[in-house]
Design a protein around this ligand. Structure first.
Ligand code: PLP
Length: 392
């Protein structure tokens, strides 16, 4: 079962948790088997009807995947966790597994683009009504809940890509609907949503948790009964995590502490540099005093994190020139890996959103999102200086 490590720091838990894959190996063995032999009819019946049996059929459970789930449950202080084949697998399976036609959902307006499309296009098509609320509008979330009808309140903090924050204490104290937080941009060393009363925390583990751009993986964690209900729908929906990706993520997790500390330190330096540069109009980073919710950041974030975004002066053309001029920072989607990455959301991840939604989310034409990696910060600053000169 899930290891709990109440007396250890999360940096330690990231190393010690998730070893229940059988055997004595310290590095995670990859159980590359889609099926497992049963001993008897009674054994088969027991395994097929027991949630998350680790050795029956890998769509139901898999020892390597289960070890990853145990590690995340321990890091989030959760009873149980369920892994998926991607972050969107976690988001869609959780939402569609818990909601039915006629239900009402309150969702944050500023969300990861595919999650936004789920709430704006897929849910209405299935008869699930959605009310959108701005991240900063704390009372708006409370007021939007319809007693007896609202099934789910869904938030993401910090929000992609403009880094707005949501007050988790306020959302966690909403009673009635399930509360769900996408914590991909923070992660368990920065914010633990369950400690704020949130029911379910979910991640694109593709990003900071795995941390090396070598796994596509998602996970949701919370109380056992709720996670097992989502597990049941997941066996139907089929967004199953691969044991190879789970093993890569288990390896990546061991360095989560040092990675997130270094990335936060470098991101802080870069954010301060950009804020003082005439070629930049606005910098979004929770570690800056200029962040509009700086007090909230201090209350619910232990570190600033590795992601930031900024508006390059000169609008869309300058933003496009900037991301193409970066040399050390690579132009690619994703975040939380060793390589510093830049994206131009208006032409990529946000390109499928209607114009007015893009504006409401704060995504301007000159906006650049940056995931700060593990290169020396001086080398990153040199790259940004030359790219800003080239794009002005
Ligand atoms: C990347 C991301 C997702 C989706 O995860 P995938 O692993 O790409 O499916 C969801 N939420 C946030 C905040 C993300 O950054």
């Amino acid at each position: 079962m899930t290891d709990q490590h109440p007396d250890q720091h999360p940096e330690t838990v990231a190393i010690t948790a998730g070893r229940n894959y059988g055997g004595k190996a310290l590095a995670p063995p990859i159980w590359a088997s889609s099926t497992f032999e049963v001993d008897s009819v009674a054994d088969g019946r027991r395994l097929a009807t027991r949630p998350k049996a680790p050795e029956f059929y890998s769509r139901y459970g898999n020892p390597t995947v289960n070890a990853f789930e145990d590690a995340i449950a321990a890091l989030e202080g959760a009873e149980a966790a369920q892994a998926f084949g991607s972050g969107m697998g976690a988001v869609a399976t959780t939402v569609l597994g818990l909601c039915s036609a006629g239900d009402h959902v309150v969702a944050q307006r500023q969300l990861f683009s595919s999650t936004a499309l789920l709430f704006q296009m897929v849910c209405p098509r299935l008869g699930i009504e959605v009310t959108l609320v701005d991240a900063e509008d704390t009372q708006g979330f409370v007021d939007a809940v319809q007693p007896g009808r609202t099934r789910l309140v869904f938030v993401e903090t910090p929000a992609n890509p403009v880094l707005q924050l949501v007050d988790l204490d306020a959302i966690g104290s909403i009673t009635g609907p399930f509360t769900v937080c996408d914590s991909t941009f923070a992660g368990p060393l920065i914010t633990r949503p369950l400690e704020h009363g949130i029911d379910l925390v979910l991640h694109s583990a593709t990003k900071t948790l795995a941390g090396h751009n070598n796994a596509t993986l998602g996970v949701v964690a919370g109380e056992k009964d709720l996670v097992w209900a989502i597990w049941g729908y997941h066996t139907i929906h089929g967004a199953v995590a691969s044991p190879y990706d789970a093993a890569n993520a288990l390896t990546g997790l061991k360095t989560l502490g040092v990675r997130i500390r270094q990335q936060s330190e470098s991101a802080q330096r870069i954010a301060e540099f950009l804020e003082g540069h005439p070629g930049v109009e606005r910098v979004n980073y929770p570690g800056l005093d200029s962040h509009p919710q700086r007090d909230l950041a201090k209350r619910q974030m232990a570190l600033g994190g590795g992601s930031l975004s900024f508006d390059v002066a000169g609008g869309g053309a300058a933003g496009e020139r900037f991301v193409e001029a970066c040399r050390l920072a690579r132009m690619a989607p994703s975040l939380g890996g060793p390589e510093t990455l830049v994206t131009h959301p208006a032409s990529t991840t946000a390109a499928n959103l209607p114009d007015e939604e893009r504006e409401a989310m704060g995504i301007g034409d000159g906006l650049v999102r940056m995931s700060v990696g593990l290169e020396h910060p001086d080398d990153l600053l040199a790259d940004l200086r030359q790219a800003l000169a080239a794009s002005s």
